[in-house]
Design a protein around this ligand. Structure first.
Ligand code: 6R9
Length: 653
């Protein structure tokens, strides 16, 4: 056997990995006692998180659980998030890089804390002048350009919550989110680059705006220069001009209550309508900072890189708020990992001497497929820690990451969390926990989770059940925007078990526990798909499909996909059999892209005369999943129409 093959074979057999000693010696958190401390001193131990921030006035109480599940954290504390992420670092780190931006075409832009402070102030002054007041929700529909975090922080500075809409979402999706949030200010940009091509973003934004109620103020940042398709209209403000008009302006950070909203983030749920997850200034920021410190081991002198998009929660917490609260350098990359070559990420790691890399399993699967020669061609020795998030990671991909990117000398943290949790919940602490590839690890100190059956009783180790979180935590969502009722319905169950007379949070994930208390997360148990780590609601896609004239009914399921983890499979019944054509398939696919965006594009559209339904008329999605996966479908006797299964299987083949 070659050395290489021997190494692979050894890794294959190894099930557990201990934190590398060199890492442990320098780690932010390396005292085993932390778990006990949180347990014995709960909830006061959470002050550790809040103490990472600078408060204008101290909280009176750590947790108010009077009105559960509407918990409040760091009650009566006051602070400003932008002051915490920018101003307080000026003295010590004013000349150090806050944001290291890498454009797709290879250009870079560095914002020192001083420069970030300047532009955040100028843009905050500009926002105010255009009429944005405290508590007005500002929508940011922007790709990965530095103006996005600047705008987020400018909003935070003046106490205006932001609602970032992922730039890959469609015009309809933008309009829906703006209307739902009653947002009357939009910051967007002319476009961005993808694989060297200039993409027109502004037309999409304008198309969305046509469906937004009320009078919207629009601000457009210039990314493309002469490559832009459309000129900025008279009634649109130009970002750079606004900033120039406010050159040198300073805006006092607005004092916010700990429980005041910092931002809204829309995410997919089980119904067709996205949910506006509300995060607060004190609890969320404390939690993002604490987990960045304890799990990502971020220190001010690091160059840390999270390769997510800021349009998702991972980018909010771990590109912007957590790292900047800690005063580190955060890298922001505009482009894709394989442009111009498949070693793009490794080139960036080498050039910027990145110390921590936080990415997603879907990306790791792609790296594996491309082969180790790409990372091997670069010096990755600056890396000290690796992280993953977004979906379950299979042990093979974990080990590949550990070996080929981490050179077996970086701990890998597999972090389970959600938009709603604000930050990481289940993962090993990198200096403390033995790593088990495929299993995220134990809940973080102070986080309490169980695996239960449908009645709320804990299931034994090794058995699959529902993941539940037993106690509140500072980073938790406080409610769904304008919809307390849906908040309770979707997330909280009151189990009246003798040992648990309290509300528990239900993340809608299946999981199992092992004898060491490690949790393996299996995936969603609701009608939410996870495509390349992106959360998509089947109902949202279905409603787009049934909106196409000529479609009578539709069902959407997730099928296994080698690279994406899950892919969208659509089954549609046409009103007229004549319509079962490729052209109509394309029309359906286009409708999905219009309603949501290219990320929701169905892998296949299968025409079927009927959908498999239970006797009570419910679509048997499980069965459609099995068909998409080519799995054995087993017993169909509970179906009202068992014959349909053969029909569909034939069509899929
Ligand atoms: C942060 C983020 C949340 C859903 C979540 C779960 C899946 C995230 C995971 C994971 C297994 C992990 N998920 N991290 N599954 N292991 N380490 O991704 O938020 O977009 O809201 O998605 O992602 O199913 O419920 P969000």
């Amino acid at each position: 056997m070659s050395d290489e093959a021997q190494l692979e074979a050894r890794l294959e057999e190894q099930d557990t990995f201990d934190p590398p000693e060199a890492f442990v010696e320098q780690a932010n958190v390396s005292d085993e006692g932390i778990y006990k401390e949180f347990e014995e001193n709960w909830p006061e131990a959470w002050e550790r998180a809040a103490d990472l921030l600078t408060w204008e006035s101290e909280w009176e109480e750590v947790l108010d659980d009077e009105n559960e599940p509407f918990y409040e954290w760091f009650v009566d504390g006051e602070l400003n998030a932008a002051a915490n992420c920018v101003d307080r670092h000026l003295d010590g780190r004013g000349d150090e890089a806050a944001i290291e931006w890498v454009g797709e075409l290879g250009e870079t832009r560095t914002y020192t804390y001083e420069q970030l402070h300047r532009e955040v102030n100028e843009f905050a002054a500009a926002l105010r002048e255009t009429g944005v007041g405290e508590d007005d929700i500002v929508t940011l529909y922007m790709p990965m350009i530095p103006e996005l975090p600047v705008a987020m922080l400018a909003c935070a500075r003046i106490g205006a919550p932001h609602s970032v809409v992922f730039a890959g979402f469609s015009a309809d999706a933008l309009a829906e989110r703006m209307n739902a949030a009653d947002s009357e200010t939009l910051v967007t940009c002319d476009g961005y680059y993808r694989r060297g091509d200039a993409l027109d973003h502004l037309s999409k934004a304008r198309e969305g705006l046509a469906d937004v109620d009320g009078d919207v103020t629009t601000i457009v940042a210039d990314r493309l220069g002469d490559d832009a398709d459309s000129d900025i209209a008279d009634d649109e403000h130009v970002y750079a001009e606004l900033v120039a008009d406010h050159e040198g302006a300073t805006v006092e950070p607005v004092t916010r209550d700990a429980e005041d909203m910092l931002f809204l983030m829309y995410t997919s749920g089980t119904t067709g309508k996205p949910k506006g997850v509300k995060h607060t200034t004190g609890g969320y920021l404390s939690y993002a900072a604490w987990t960045s410190h304890a799990v990502l081991d971020i220190k001010p002198e690091d160059t840390y890189w999270c390769s997510a998009d800021i349009g998702w929660i991972t980018g909010h917490s771990y590109i912007v708020y957590g790292p900047l609260a800690l005063g580190t350098t955060t890298v922001m990359y505009e482009g894709t990992p394989d442009y111009p070559e498949k070693d793009r990420l490794w080139e960036i790691v080498e050039e910027h001497e990145v110390t921590q890399l936080y990415t997603a399993p879907t990306a790791i699967r792609a790296f594996m497929k491309w082969g180790p020669e790409y990372p091997d061609a670069h010096d990755l020795s600056s890396l000290r820690l690796l992280g993953t998030v977004g979906e379950p990671i299979n042990p093979r991909a974990w080990k590949w990451y550990y070996k080929h990117i981490g050179n077996e000398s970086c701990p890998v943290v597999d972090t389970w969390w959600q938009t709603e949790t604000g930050g990481m919940m289940i993962t090993t602490l990198p200096a403390l926990g033995t790593m088990k590839p495929g299993s995220a690890g134990p809940p973080l100190p102070g986080v309490s989770a169980d695996i239960v059956d449908a009645g709320g009783d804990p299931v034994e180790a090794g058995k699959a059940g529902y993941l539940v979180v037993n106690k509140p935590w500072p980073g938790m969502l406080r409610t769904l925007y304008d919809n307390d009722e849906r908040f309770i319905d979707e997330y909280w169950r009151e189990y009246s078990l003798p040992e648990r007379d309290q509300w528990v949070y239900c993340p809608e994930d299946g999981a199992k526990l092992d004898d060491d208390g490690y949790i393996t997360v299996l995936g969603r148990v609701d009608d939410v798909l996870n495509v390349s780590g992106h959360r998509l609601g089947t109902m949202e896609i279905e409603s787009a499909i049934v909106g196409v004239e000529g479609v009578a009914e539709a069902a959407v399921v997730g099928g296994d996909h080698e690279m994406k983890g899950e892919a969208v499979y659509a089954y549609a019944i046409t009103e007229d059999e004549q319509d079962e054509t490729d052209a109509f398939r394309e029309e359906i696919i286009a409708a999905v892209e219009d309603a949501i965006g290219p990320i929701a594009r169905p892998e296949a559209v299968v025409f079927t005369p009927e959908l498999p339904k239970t006797r009570s008329g419910k679509i048997m999605r499980r069965l459609l999943e099995d068909i998409a996966n080519g799995d054995d479908i087993g017993n169909t006797s509970t179906l009202r129409n068992p014959d349909v299964v053969d029909d569909i299987q034939e069509k899929v083949e």
